[in-house]
Design a protein around this ligand. Structure first.
Ligand code: VGL
Length: 198
C-alpha cells in the first residue's frame, strides 16, 4: 500500500478575504500544515493542486462574464494564473517534495485529475508512476473540487479517505451532500486523527 496526501486548492481566493471565499478555508490551511508538521514521515507522496484560470475568456463558461454568478456553475473571477489570489494560502506550509498540480487553464477544471505538473504530466499518470494505491483527500471546496477529485480518484481505482476536519465547502447543504455522495461511491469519511491508521 502506498498512500499519498492530496491537498486541493488551498488558495487565497478560496479563503477568507478572497474572491470566492469559503468559510473556514484559512483554518483548513493551518490545520493541514499542523498535520504535516506532526506527521512528517507519514506521506511518501504529497500532491497539492491550484486552480489556475486564464484571465481572459471566461474559462469555458466558468467565470460569470457580464452576469451574476450562480455559485453552482458560474463563479466570480477567481484564481487567475500568476495573481495573488491563485497563490497558496500563507498558512499552508508544504514540504519541499510536494508535487504541484495546476488545473483550470481555459476550463472549469474542478478535479485534480484534469491537472498537470510543471512538465505537463497528467496527475493520474503521476499517481500511477508513484505506485500510489491510497489517497487521503483534504482542501477546498468540499462541494466542488474536493468532491469531483474524490469521485475521480475512486474511478481511477484508488482507495480514498476524506478527512472531514480538513475540508471546507461553499455551502453547508451541498457540502453534506458531497460527503454523502463520496461515501456512497466508496470513500471512507474519517477525521485526520486516523492519519496513522491503515
Ligand atoms: C472551486 C468553485 C469554483 C473549488 C473552484 O476549488 O472547489 N469551487 N471553482
Amino acid at each position: 500500500m502506498t498512500r499519498a496526501l492530496i491537498i486541493i486548492d488551498v488558495q487565497n481566493d478560496f479563503t477568507e478575504g478572497g474572491a470566492l471565499a469559503v468559510e473556514g478555508g484559512a483554518a483548513v490551511a493551518g490545520a493541514i500544515s499542523a498535520l504535516l508538521a506532526e506527521h512528517p514521515n507519514t506521506y511518501g507522496h504529497i500532491f497539492a493542486s491550484r486552480d489556475w484560470h486564464d484571465a481572459e475568456g471566461g474559462n469555458n463558461g466558468h467565470f460569470a462574464v457580464d452576469a451574476e454568478p450562480d455559485f453552482v456553475d458560474t463563479w466570480p473571477v477567481h484564481c487567475v494564473a500568476d495573481t495573488a489570489g491563485a497563490e497558496y494560502h500563507a498558512a499552508l506550509v508544504l514540504p519541499e517534495s510536494t508535487v504541484h498540480i495546476l488545473k483550470g487553464q481555459g476550463q472549469p477544471g474542478y478535479s485534480i485529475f484534469e491537472g498537470v505538473d510543471g512538465s505537463g504530466e497528467k496527475f493520474g499518470e503521476l499517481l500511477i508512476a508513484a505506485g500510489v494505491t491510497d489517497v487521503d483527500l483534504v482542501g477546498l471546496a468540499t462541494d466542488y473540487c474536493v468532491r469531483l477529485s474524490g469521485l475521480d480518484a475512486l474511478e481511477h481505482g484508488q482507495h480514498v479517505r476524506v478527512f472531514t476536519d480538513l475540508v471546507a465547502g461553499v455551502a453547508p447543504e451541498s457540502s453534506e451532500q458531497a460527503l454523502a455522495e463520496l461515501a456512497h461511491a466508496g470513500a471512507v469519511l474519517a477525521t485526520s486523527e486516523l492519519v496513522e491508521q491503515a
